[in-house]
Design a protein around this ligand. Structure first.
Ligand code: CTP
Ligand code: CA
Length: 222
């Protein structure tokens, strides 16, 4: 793939990429998480590296390895990821928020391991922070890219998130019928705040990553 992308069009750019699923602790040994593998974010980090960017990859739970030449910061919870992203945000040029961040956390995390004495267990969940919305509210010149995995009304929900979170672009992903999670291929529609709508078609995550980077670069240098 690299040979097809010899151009260093992201040279000199500092880019934050988040990848994987965050975890919400239940007790000292258990967490609530999701099925994100981290593949899309990691493919983006690799493509950005190959195109000359300085990449900071902030990872939740991931099931694949981190590319060489990419600085990794592990941030397993919503709170840790929020802290890590915000620490680097002021000096970043672009942020790709590809992580599947937990929307809820357990209200009271048990100090000790929960025993199976009872026949049922009710966990109370409370809304956790929307990291990307927080970045959208304070951004200056940063280009913010969100990811929307939807199982229905893909474009409508994605466009709504683009506006609500003050993003520059959103990569909309169809996850109906078990598509995407853990798979090597996906189909992204990239929507931009200035009216861009580009269907990248069914591609490997590596080609999708380059397709997203091409479309963003074209759109911001127009
Ligand atoms: N996101 C985030 N913090 C959260 C939830 C999501 O930063 N607590 C980011 C994701 O990384 C992604 C974008 O927001 O880039 C959209 O995530 P998504 O889960 O599709 O949207 P939500 O706003 O959480 O809405 P819902 O899950 O109800 O569809
Ligand atoms: Ca969500």
């Amino acid at each position: 793939m690299k040979l097809l992308y010899p151009k260093k069009d992201y040279d000199g750019k500092k880019v934050i990429v988040t990848a994987g699923g965050t975890e919400a602790p239940v007790d000292p040994v258990r967490v609530l998480t999701n099925r994100s593998s981290g593949k899309m974010g990691i493919a983006l980090a690799e493509a950005l590296r190959d195109r000359g960017a300085e990449v900071i990859l902030i990872t939740g739970h991931i099931t694949c390895s981190v590319p060489q030449g990419v600085k990794q910061i592990q941030a397993l919870t919503n709170e840790a990821m929020d802290r890590a992203v915000n620490e680097h945000f002021d000096s970043a040029d672009l942020v790709f928020m590809a992580a599947a961040v937990s929307d809820f956390k357990v209200k009271e995390v048990a100090k000790d391991k929960i025993k199976k004495e009872e026949s049922s267990l009710i966990l109370e969940l409370v809304k956790d922070k929307d990291i990307l919305k927080g970045l959208g509210a304070k951004k200056k010149n940063q280009i913010l890219i969100g990811f929307a995995a939807e199982s229905q009304d893909l474009e409508k929900y994605a466009a709504d998130k683009l506006t609500r979170k003050n993003l520059d672009f959103i990569a909309a992903n169809d996850i109906s019928e078990g598509k995407v999670f853990g798979q090597d291929h996906n189909r992204v529609i990239l929507i931009g705040k200035s009216g861009l709508k580009k269907d990248l078609g069914e591609l490997s995550k590596e080609d999708t990553a380059h397709g997203i980077l091409d479309a963003i670069m074209d759109s911001v240098t127009e």
